[in-house]
Design a protein. Structure first.
Length: 127
């Protein structure tokens, strides 16, 4: 069963470090740092409070999605599906996404961050 662990305290006491260490040692754990989510929103420095509101909503959605994912995986495993079924689901989803006319797939396997970034920019330039 998915659990929510909330780490709170004053700045600089190591909350983020502890959370990341826990996530690193527990596969499948989502280290959801709202500050990080807020920093992903363009213009967050200029309009922090608006970005914080949006970031909190995104973080809640991410937490809910992560918990639902765990429930779904637990159900699949309980029915005897296991990893092979998850691979088939992944493959079917990938085939479905690639079949959509507006979809562009940017491969990342072993290409390096710079090449992948350039590929994404090239695709976005076509939009």
């Amino acid at each position: 069963m998915a659990q929510l662990i909330h780490v709170n305290g004053p700045s600089g006491v190591g909350k983020s470090t502890v959370a990341q260490r826990y996530a690193d040692r527990h596969p499948g754990v989502l280290n959801l740092d709202t500050d990080q989510v807020v920093s992903l929103i363009g213009g967050w420095r200029e309009n922090f409070w608006q970005a914080l509101t949006a970031g909190r909503r995104l973080a809640i959605g991410m937490a809910e999605t992560h918990a639902e994912r765990h429930r779904h995986i637990e159900e699949i495993v309980a029915r005897g599906g296991g990893p092979a079924l998850l691979v088939r689901i992944h493959d079917q989803l990938t085939a479905y996404v690639r079949g959509r006319p507006e979809c562009v797939v940017v491969m990342t396997d072993g290409r390096g961050v710079d090449q992948t970034y350039d590929d994404v920019i090239a695709v976005l330039g076509r939009c």
